[in-house]
Design a protein around this ligand. Structure first.
Ligand code: ADP
Length: 597
């Protein structure tokens, strides 16, 4: 399945323009906070006005106090300066607090939206995207956006407005001088925008590589036993080193671009200031303007320098943030692969009969995993799926809860096409116990409750009893409140399986999909797990990928799968008697000393 990969979207500059990205960010994320933004804007105007007022006040300070030595105006002018500072301080505080809140809320919303969206994606999406990359969308990219959004929202407007007002002061005091100063401006702006573009490219690379590094680390740590067993430590370390070095070099490159930006501005600014001082001084000496007007002008010019520098830096961090936003939106825009039909009814399970009619399926186009599979799993009975590894057994199970959609053919439950009913009702009807038992790093109780979130403690313990898990759970240090550890490592294989069985019992779904564990359990544990499974299967339509002779022999029906097709169907006795593939497979798989696949 061809999915747009957000990772590729990072390495090539996406088709979305900065302007479009901005508008989208504003529309989707910022608009809900419009009220608070208006309040912040009021503060923003106050800050900018008082900044310009301070520059303007230099005129009376110099002309009245220093040149004219007017004692009556000393205090009023002094107090006016103080009052302006006070207004500026209060407004600056108000503005940055409001905008910080808005910025953090925007990011919090986006993070939640992205995670929800990820949870809704189908399995094909997760097969196509590396976990590390997805994690980096939620962490690194969001962090870059956090910086960008807070810079953009808190500082940008304020700095821009300050510049506007300061420029107004400059023109008011001496329009000729102001015109001269502005000849130098375009010269500073052009190099800054080019730098910004370069930075965005470099940052995109860093983030893609960081994603790859996270995936690598996650995989090597998750498979640490394998790494050690095959002595692949050096190999893995070398792979990580290649990535970290490359990230280091890219980051240094990005920092170099950033480091060039401000000295460059400063030097260019210096040129402008020199021109202004020489030309302005000459005008004051000639009596074309007053000293007060000139000092007010030069104060405005120098004050404008800081906001201009801030704007230049903001450009850089906003570009980083926009790169993050672009990748984030790429994920958000990937539609969940499986769709419900509009107005689909809920699945009504009456007896729980599952039927495959001429079902074909391919994970990747052209490579058929199932071809023309037709069979009926009778209600309340156990159907065992057997066959060599890669035959398509897991695929059959995956199709029933619609983890994937069939390529052609129909799957029905009690006569209703599963593609025509709502997903929640379908998934509620199916319980899955897989061979790689998944436990979350939470309490035993919470892990069992996953089967039915509204279940009370009594129901949980009842399910645990039925699964033969109650006794060992009670013996754990904190009983049902023991944390099972990451992936349930604190428990043995048999214990994990019984917790998974308890979870399925609690769910009490009419259809049970079972992937029997291949790993050998000791005889006693095996017996306990088997008893629990037998109880779980009772009265449910069960489809089991069988690896044990006892499971196959006791199944009501056996489907033998080979290369994506059902090649034989019948019960154990009938199939043995016919002497076909099953009989051969049976001799191979279940003869002593040869492990199942
Ligand atoms: P079994 O459970 O019988 O061992 P599977 O149903 O897992 O077999 O696999 C059937 C075929 O589909 C195999 O050829 C396998 O390589 C392929 N396959 C399984 N899962 C995927 C997947 N996620 N993406 C692509 N191909 C897959």
């Amino acid at each position: 399945m061809a999915l747009p990969d957000p990772l590729t979207a990072t390495t090539s500059p996406g088709p979305t323009s900065n302007g479009a990205l901005y508008r989208r960010l504003l529309r989707e994320a910022v608009v809900p906070y419009a009220g608070r933004i208006v309040a912040a804007a009021v503060c923003m105007v106050a800050v900018a006005l008082s900044t310009a007022a301070l520059a303007y006040l230099m005129d009376p300070v110099v002309n009245q106090v220093f040149v004219a030595r007017n004692a009556d105006l000393l205090w009023p002018v002094g107090l006016a300066v103080f009052a302006t500072f006070a207004v500026k301080g209060v407004a600056a505080y108000g503005q940055s607090m409001i905008m910080t809140r808005v910025g953090q809320n925007v990011l919090c919303d986006l993070q939640n939206r992205l995670f929800r969206h990820l949870l809704q994606m189908d399995l094909a999406f997760f097969a196509a995207h590396r976990t590390g990359t997805l994690i980096s969308r939620l962490t690194t990219d969001i962090a870059a956006m956090r910086v960008a959004v807070s810079t953009a929202l808190t500082g940008l407007g304020r700095e821009a407005l300050s510049i506007v007002f300061l420029v107004a002061v400059m023109f008011y005091q001496d329009w000729l001088l102001a015109t001269v100063a502005f000849v130098a401006f375009p010269a500073t702006v052009i190099p800054i925008t080019t730098l910004g573009k370069r930075l965005r490219r470099v940052t995109a690379n860093t983030q893609a590589q960081t994603g790859a590094l996270m995936t690598l680390i996650e995989q090597s740590l998750a498979g640490i036993r394998l790494v050690k067993a095959y002595r692949m430590e050096d190999y893995e370390a070398a792979r990580a080193r290649a990535l970290t070095t490359s990230i280091r070099d890219t980051v240094i490159k990005a920092e170099r671009v950033k480091a060039v930006a401000s000295p460059l501005m400063e030097t260019l600014g210096g040129v402008a200031v020199t021109i202004v001082i020489v030309y302005g001084g000459w005008r004051v000496i000639n009596g074309d303007t007053t000293a007060g007007a000139f000092f007010s002008f030069i104060t405005a010019l120098l004050t404008a320098y800081r906001p201009m520098k801030a704007l230049a830096n903001a450009n850089a961090s906003i570009n980083e943030g926009l790169a993050g936003a672009e990748r984030l939106f790429a994920v958000l825009d990937t539609p969940p692969g499986l769709a419900e039909k509009p107005g689909a009814p809920a699945l009504a399970v009456i007896r729980g009969q599952v039927r495959f009619e001429n079902v074909a399926f391919a994970y990747d186009e052209g490579l058929a995993a199932l071809k023309g599979v037709t069979f009926t799993a009778p209600a309340g009975k156990t159907t065992a799926l057997v066959g060599p590894s890669g035959a398509g057994k897991t695929t059959i199970l995956n199709l029933i809860p619609r983890f994937y959609d069939v390529t052609s053919g129909v799957i029905t439950i009690d006569g209703q096409n599963i593609a025509d009913v709502t997903l929640p009702s379908l998934r509620a009807a199916v319980a899955l116990v897989s061979q790689d038992v998944v436990l979350f790093d939470d309490t035993v109780r919470a892990n069992i409750r996953y089967g039915r979130p509204e279940a009370d403690d009594a129901a949980i313990e009842e399910a645990a009893c039925a699964a033969g898990a109650h006794d060992f759970i009670r013996a754990l240090p904190e009983g049902y409140d023991t944390i099972v550890g990451e992936r349930g490592q604190a428990l043995s294989g048999g214990q994990r399986q019984r917790i998974a069985i308890a979870r399925a019992l609690l769910k009490d779904a009419p259809i049970l999909l079972l992937d029997e564990a291949t790993s050998a359990l000791d005889a006693e544990t095996e017996r306990q797990v088997q008893t629990a499974l037998d109880r779980l299967k009772q009265g449910r339509t069960t489809l089991v990928i069988a690896h044990r002779l006892s499971t196959v022999a006791s199944a009501d029906q056996i489907c033998v799968i080979d290369q994506g097709r059902i090649v034989e169907t019948g019960d154990h006795r009938a199939l043995m008697a016919s002497g076909g593939i099953y009989a051969r497979l049976h001799a191979l798989q279940f003869s002593p000393g040869i492990a199942a696949d």
